[in-house]
Write a protein that binds this ligand. Structure first.
Ligand code: NIG
Ligand code: FE
Length: 402
């Protein structure tokens, strides 16, 4: 079965075949005017200009692309979609001046979502992840990662990972997100429990492990212990680091060969240089900085220093209740000073690389999975330009029109 999207105003895709892209290559986009994409099954067979469209037999479904631009399906490599309840009360308090860190220290914040998530049950959690996935899809996300981290007990952590997997997401075990109340602030005792009782099964469900390395959460030594055990169990490694303070996340990520270190709002010049000289991807989450009224991560400095970066939403109920990667591209342009081309690569091929899928996802080119976003726009750069706009006309996911 073939699907032809024809007569597109433009088709735009990160150039080349490499992943991750960095330096000048990050900003190189191939743009075709008056273009087509031909999909065969779940893969892209060909892209090109309409005048070069080959003769096709009759078994082809055609989609009219007039007035639309095609870009690769977006890849959200950092979300926390497995949670119950919401934090709208806390959001309102924050609007009145309370700080995120204060609320966390008072047992609100992440721990209030832990209570709601434990109460949701396996079915409730699956429904929540599916609802959040559908929101993401509405904004062009065809691949999403989601962390656990709001269960922090064996049953709810494993249920969260199963929910992400059955909703079609890429599961990451965020077993070290916060210390749950039953451990009364004893982070080491909690880690003993998590590594002994949860990791063996979590490692069968998840692809990666993540830790919140921060004042008030886990310190560098605890993060190292957690990550080394997870690596030994076969998981790829990620870190939440430098969100509020520089607490050693970048050196640890580099030393352990992590896939990524995410947030980086507090990263200074030395951190920028260390990250740029490594293979670790810096995942930038500008919606989270915006939502918390925090400084933006040094996106331009990272790219100029030669770091590989990705862009993600950080979708979660507390620090970024935002599922829109196009909005993150707008923030990347206006706040981080990244070009639309750099943003496109950051939330397609580079994000796919963070998820270990850089060979198959994130480009409109033969052999890649047929994940396509059709933008309701005359120019693909509306992706970043149309701030909060209704951008997504249709998506194609694994060759299927949605
Ligand atoms: O990435 N920083 C730690 N974790 C999440 C927020 C979790 C929450 O507030 O519920 C983040 O920002
Ligand atoms: Fe996060």
């Amino acid at each position: 079965m073939k699907l032809l999207v024809r007569d597109l105003a433009q088709l735009a895709t990160p150039a080349g075949r490499d992943a991750p892209l960095r330096g000048a290559a990050l900003g190189e986009v191939d743009v075709l005017e008056d273009a087509f994409v031909l999909c065969a099954g779940d893969a892209i067979e060909a892209v090109g200009r309409m005048r070069d469209l080959p003769l096709l037999d009759s078994d082809v479904v055609e989609v009219d692309g007039r007035g639309l631009c095609a870009i690769p399906g977006l890849v959200d490599c950092h979300t926390h979609a497995a949670f119950g309840g919401d934090r709208v009360d806390e959001f309102s308090l924050r609007a009145g001046g309370a700080s995120y860190e204060e609320l966390h220290a008072r047992g609100g914040g992440i721990l209030s979502t832990v209570r709601a998530t434990r109460a949701a049950g396996e079915r409730g959690l699956l429904e929540a992840v599916e609802r959040h996935r559908d929101w993401m899809r509405g904004h062009g996300t065809t691949t999403f990662e989601s962390k656990s981290g709001y269960g922090l007990d064996r049953e709810t952590e494993l249920a969260s990972l199963r929910a992400v997997k059955s909703a079609g997401g890429v599961p990451t075990w965020l077993g070290a997100h916060a210390v749950p109340p039953e451990f009364e602030g004893d982070a080491d005792a909690y880690l003993d429990f998590a590594l002994n009782e949860v990791l063996p099964e979590a490692a069968q469900l998840a692809e990666a492990a993540d830790v919140f390395l921060e004042r008030g959460a886990f310190d560098a030594e605890q993060a190292r212990r957690y990550l080394e055990a997870c690596r030994d169990a076969g998981l790829a490694l990620r870190l939440h680091g430098d969100q509020f303070t520089e607490s050693g996340a970048i050196p640890l990520a580099v030393e352990l060969g992590a896939r990524s270190v995410d947030h980086l709002e507090a990263t200074g010049d030395a951190g920028v240089r260390t990250l740029a000289a490594s293979d670790v991807v810096g995942v930038l989450l500008p919606a989270s900085a915006l939502f918390l009224g925090r400084p933006m991560p040094p996106g331009r400095a990272l790219v100029d220093a030669g770091a590989a970066i990705a862009l993600a939403t950080d979708f979660n109920p507390g620090s970024a209740f935002c599922e829109s990667l196009p909005l993150c591209c707008s923030l990347a342009a206006t706040q981080l000073k990244l070009s639309p081309a750099e943003s496109l690569a950051a939330c397609t091929v580079n994000a796919a690389h963070v998820l270990g899928r850089g060979e198959r996802l994130g480009r409109l080119a033969p052999g890649y999975r047929a994940d396509i976003v059709l933008l309701d726009a005359p120019d693909w750069r509306y992706l970043a330009y149309h701030l909060g706009g209704e951008l997504v006309a249709r998506i194609v996911a694994a060759g299927e029109l949605r």
